[in-house]
Design a protein around this ligand. Sequence first.
Ligand code: SF4
Length: 420
Amino acid sequence: MIEEINGKTKAGKHLSELLVNAYVDIHTKAAKGAFVVWGAIIVPAEIFRGFENMVFCAPESHSATCAAKGVGGAQCLKAESLGYSTDLCAYARIDIGCLSDGCKESPTMGLPKPHLLVSNTNNCSLLVKWFDIHHRNMNIPHFILDVPFCYGQQREKDLQYILNQFKDLIDTLEKLSGQKFNKDKFYEAAAYSASAVMDWKRFLKCAEHRPSGITVFDSFVQMAPFLLVRGTPELAEHYKILADETEENVNKGIFPVPDEKYRLLWDNIAPWHQLRKMSKRLAGMSANIVAAPYTLCIGAVEGSYDLLSFEQNDDPLWYFARIQNHSVCPQGMDLRISAMGTIIEKLGIDGVVFASNRSCKVFSVMQMDEQRRISEKYGIPSIMIDVDHADVRKFSEESVYIRLEALLESIDAGRARAST
Ligand code: SF4
């Protein structure tokens, strides 16, 4: 990570302040009577910015923060003691466990009590069930966005189906909150997010440089504002600072792994409890995981490397309906393979780390086939490791590093063969 070599960067400091301020703002506004929405991270938060007195919280993001701050396993245990299976996604177990004792150990003092829950079906069905638990326990209405899976280019009828649901969501918000949706405010929020996405891409493109200007861990850490403050000027400002600073570092020759010998790709959600440790240990092996489809997919459609241009159209609702399936989970195998293949070629990837995630079955279920197909098509080595993105109890550090070392040896062996 660039901060490991540089002390806290300008963007790093800005990120910490931004996140603290965001949680303070959420709690303050909620205490003063704002309408509180808990939404899935893919739900377009910009819609909520179209209302005068409404705040948006993402339980998935709060769970990731708990995991990154080292309290994920303890929250999972609390949920398990209530009878929830360890096989359920750790995000859900952390959230349920946290709520069970009034969020005593939450690094953000939990989330304010919601007036509405908004989930969606495209990432996983577990999320809908998880929000349904809150719906029953807190007696809060639950709006479910039904988003068709994505096996190729989005069909017009699917786009219209999503658009109609967005309009229903706006009507529901107006009815429940007693507030009027302000289109201009919403358009402004969409423009902030579109600008942030362009700078995000500029930041990620620093991985094209050799050595890479970033590690995947930098991009995992820097995702947080997208989940917390989408549709705000603070979001746009933050990603401009990040992209400018990272490009400047590349121009000055400042790199997180200056002796980068192995350029790797990570496939799955971030292992939140391991970011700093893993980035340090890999850097010591001259290895850099430079990218992940998980972070590269933001703002893109159907696994494309390039962003969907926001300027192409005038209607932000259309744009958000179009990118509803930007994340990896709702994409079919062919799209995933082509997205990964483009990254391998663009970034000159030497090997792939498939992280089979105990929590996120929907991300992991295809990985063995993906691994085989990537190996057949690109001839690069890969490994499959066992992780859990948020439950540290299911992570065995040493067995993961044995496989990582084996991957680097395979890359060396391939290079030696090629040079004879
Ligand atoms: S199972 Fe995967 S997609 Fe579903 S909530 Fe957990 S991390 Fe998200």
